[in-house]
Design a protein around this ligand. Structure first.
Ligand SMILES: Cc1cc2nc3c(=O)[nH]c(=O)nc-3n(C[C@H](O)[C@H](O)[C@H](O)COP(=O)(O)OP(=O)(O)OC[C@H]3O[C@@H](n4cnc5c(N)ncnc54)[C@H](O)[C@@H]3O)c2cc1C
Length: 586
């Protein structure tokens, strides 16, 4: 990314020189500090002031002065090994004064597990690192540009593609925000009774009686928009004219999008049908730390947005707001039926419909979904939790990550766990990070049994299952991350599922005739092939899948390779499949 576009002032405006945000460098080796200042000034000096110090005391004094003067610090670049004070300690103190600054550790090249950066990153004491000595173009400029882009995004400064005016507690407002976030569309939110909100409503010639209102930068305005209208306003497609293609991919999460990239790039005419917008579960994950190639982590919606664009650039037909409701083999083709009745026929199909969150099943909680109760955590909600007490239900990695992410903004995060330990379900590194985070508490053997609030969540009732005691606690929000169930109910009975509803593939497909959905061919099913020849399953919806982004991506890519094998082997063996056509499971 070009450094100029990472600068915060919107629409390309340049800030007055004195108020430019600061890149702050501290290293007790004066030569290193000066070299870094010079290198940074050369590339970023137009948009940022580059300041430096060679002692921790002087550094903290300068940063205090900047904070008192209301100056913005974008990056705190700190040598990890200063004689006077360890780098992480300096970062912690400096960050207290400039909480929005990104913290960067400057370390020696040392790829051992003992490198200080490993622990600092794991415990969330630094956001990024880079090594010294550095090369200008490959290391310093590229990485600093990326850090600044993330900093600018967090500040939500810059060009807003949409302005949304609504009531913050409103479910529709929440849904709209979530969709815009998943599409990575920059937007500003204004409450209907704020000055800016009133001004925007008036400017649009509306009376504000119907909310939310979505106003695009070119004044195109939609009141209480439907999913279709939102997607169209963003510039994505909800319709496609194709009724024949090589491959239909169902679902645009990591598995489906990757399948689309590979299928389209390898010359297959590819249609992707997605019920909402692209991203899947990953699109609601604020930070994915374990996806290969992103040592500092990557936000799920950023990752899936890029994959979506890549699929589009290879020529995949991406169709959103299209729920698939049926699939049948007919005349050697696979006919995919959408909820609205439209059909598309394909030689092969890849099912990548993932899972959906399990529900807590407490009626008053369910009524508050979107109004203080959230399944999953979207980036849009976390900042709104600044200074509040929030709760997370769940004991898996998703719950752990959500708690840590929320802890960056919330006053206190309480993780509610039904069982008596986190160790069975959460990765060790997350448990350690939680233990090291002062504002995250864990309550074991605790269930949420009720919720209270008018339009918005106000109080939760928790039950301590060990002593069978209940108590009420004030709560600004509850985030539920208790796993999911596969999105496979709509599949025809010819596709074999396990008892949990996950799709059986490859050698797990029952072939001995003991299953009502008989495998119809002499050849064995290919890996990832379902019991309907030519139909493959990828990602979380598949039985024995890993439930990780990288494995879903791997499945998506592998499924396309197998589609080629299916096509190359010829479909003559599979002609029998054409006779199989049964109703859905309902
Ligand atoms: C909050 C959160 C944090 C996570 N963090 C991590 C992490 O840090 N690391 C990691 O590796 N994994 C993480 N995961 C898990 C990871 O996101 C999933 O494993 C991954 O997204 C699965 O990808 P998928 O494509 O198989 O399914 P999904 O991501 O579930 O995508 C399925 C898509 O199919 C669509 N769909 C469903 N039914 C239909 C239908 N009938 N018609 C059309 N479309 C349909 C859905 O709308 C959805 O977009 C996290 C998950 C969550 C929720």
């Amino acid at each position: 990314m070009d450094h100029a576009s990472a600068a915060p002032p919107g629409r390309g405006a340049r800030m007055p020189r004195a108020s430019r945000p600061v890149l702050f460098v501290i290293d007790d080796d004066a030569g290193v500090m000066q070299a870094l200042r010079d290198d940074l000034s050369r590339r970023f000096g137009e948009d940022f002031r580059v300041l430096g110090e060679t002692s921790a005391a002087a550094g903290l004094a300068t940063l205090r002065g900047l904070a008192d003067a209301g100056e913005t610090v974008a990056l705190l670049i700190t040598d990890h090994d200063m004689a006077e004070m360890p780098g992480v300690e300096f970062l912690a103190r400096a960050h207290d004064m400039h909480p929005l600054a990104k913290r960067v550790l400057l370390v020696e090249r040392d790829y051992s597990a003992r490198s200080p950066v490993v622990q600092a990153m794991m415990l969330g004491e630094a956001d990024y690192h880079f090594t010294k000595p550095w090369t200008l173009e490959q290391d310093l400029y590229r990485m600093v540009s990326e850090f600044l882009a993330e900093w600018a995004k967090d500040r939500q400064a810059g060009f807003e593609l949409f302005e949304v005016v609504g009531r913050p507690q409103d479910r529709r407002t929440h849904e709209l925000g979530e969709l815009l976030t998943r599409f990575n569309v920059p937007y500003g939110f204004h409450t209907a009774d704020s000055e800016q909100g009133r001004r925007l409503i008036e400017h649009s010639g509306l009376d504000g009686s119907r909310l939310p209102v979505m106003i695009r930068h070119d004044d195109y305005t939609v009141v209480d928009p439907t999913l279709d209208q939102i997607i169209t306003a963003i510039g994505a497609s909800t319709h496609d004219d194709l009724d024949e293609c090589d491959v239909v991919v169902i679902g645009a999460g990591p598995a489906g999008l990757t399948a689309a990239v590979y299928a389209a790039s390898e010359g297959l005419l590819t249609v992707v049908l997605e019920e909402t917008v692209s991203g899947g579960q990953a699109g609601s994950s604020p930070m994915i730390r374990n996806y290969p190639g992103f040592p500092h982590g990557v936000s799920g919606h950023e990752l899936t947005r890029r994959t979506c664009e890549q699929a589009w650039m290879f020529g995949a037909h991406l169709v959103f707001a299209q729920q698939v409701a049926g699939l049948e083999a007919r005349d050697g083709r696979h006919v995919v039926r959408m909820a609205g009745g439209r059909q598309v026929a394909a030689t092969a199909v890849i099912i990548a419909t993932g899972v959906t969150w399990r529900r807590l099943g407490v009626p008053r909680l369910e009524a508050l979904v979107g109004s203080g109760v959230f399944y999953g955590v979207a980036g849009s909600e976390t900042q709104a939790m600044a200074g509040r007490n929030v709760f997370v239900v769940g004991a898996g990695n998703s719950a752990g990550q959500a708690a840590l992410h929320l802890a960056r903004h919330a006053r206190e995060v309480t993780v509610l766990v039904r069982g008596d330990s986190l160790a069975r379900s959460m990765s060790e590194y997350l448990i350690r990070e939680i233990e090291a985070t002062a504002n995250v508490a864990v309550c074991l053997r605790t269930e949420v049994i009720d919720a209270h609030g008018g339009d918005y969540l106000d109080t939760l009732t928790l039950r301590d299952t060990r002593h069978d005691r209940s108590r009420q606690v004030p709560a600004a929000a509850l985030f539920v991350l208790i796993g999911g169930e596969p999105r496979t109910r709509w599949l025809p009975e010819t596709i074999q599922l396990d008892t949990g509803g996950y799709i059986l593939t490859g050698r797990d497909v029952v072939r001995d005739g003991s299953h009502p959905a008989r495998w119809p061919l002499d050849r064995a099913p290919l890996p990832l092939e379902t019991s309907m020849p030519g139909v493959f399953a990828a990602g979380d919806a598949r039985d024995r899948s890993m439930k990780r982004v990288a494995s879903a991506v791997g499945d998506g890519a592998a499924a396309v390779r197998l589609v080629h094998e299916y096509l190359e082997a010829g479909q003559e063996d599979d002609e029998d499949a054409g006779r199989i056509s049964r109703p859905g499971r309902g």
